[in-house]
Design a protein around this ligand. Sequence first.
Ligand SMILES: C[S@@+](CC[C@H](N)C(=O)[O-])C[C@H]1O[C@@H](n2cnc3c(N)ncnc32)[C@H](O)[C@@H]1O
Length: 215
Amino acid sequence: MTSTADTIRNAIWQGDCIELMQAMPARSVDFILTDPPYIVRYKDRTGRSIANDDRGDWLEPAARAMYRVLKNDSLCVSFYGWTQTDRFMSAWRAAGFRIVGHIVFRKRYASKARFVSYTHESAYVLAKGQPALPNNPPADVMDWTYTGNRLHPTQKPISILKPLIEAFCPEGGLVLDPFCGSGSTLVAACDANCDYLGIELDRSYHRIAARRLVA
Ligand SMILES: C[S@@+](CC[C@H](N)C(=O)[O-])C[C@H]1O[C@@H](n2cnc3c(N)ncnc32)[C@H](O)[C@@H]1O
């Protein structure tokens, strides 16, 4: 499949994001906001797991594909798993991204406890080229809202995604989430009056995202 500038707006594709991004026109999206697998073999209490969370061979090709489809002088925000920081960081750097910010999302509850209680999520802000500074730079510590994870085992709250889109995506621009899960980024893009493109490998989450976006 070869996609064109017309077919990439307000769509949710089911499939492997690496292949699908490779078929997209280069420099066609204004902002990437994504939440890839953390490579931690995650399983929630009900046994739900995440595709490709048990391997990291997709990391470098996905970073390269994201870099290619992002417009010059634009930004990407990617969540990541802190146990694999070195692998995420080297994949982003090898693709050409510069690290320009780090965001901590503070939870009011612990998702797990081992040596410490896990009460935060985190994301890096990655630059392609020299993006303009935002008019209102968001704080790099934000409060997290619990979603209940009803639609997806690692469902992200719209309340933290929307301010990132408002800060980093030009008005009416196209937001890409190549690992879109239940479509939280896409809903946030709509709420921020932007266009969206989501890609999801798992057929059931793709269906959930598609339903969510027509609701
Ligand atoms: C951490 S979850 C995203 C959850 C999402 N932020 C939400 O709020 O629902 C990562 C998603 O990436 C998907 N995924 C893994 N490998 C993929 C690939 N190669 N292409 C597209 N999606 C993939 C998984 O099925 C999973 O739903």
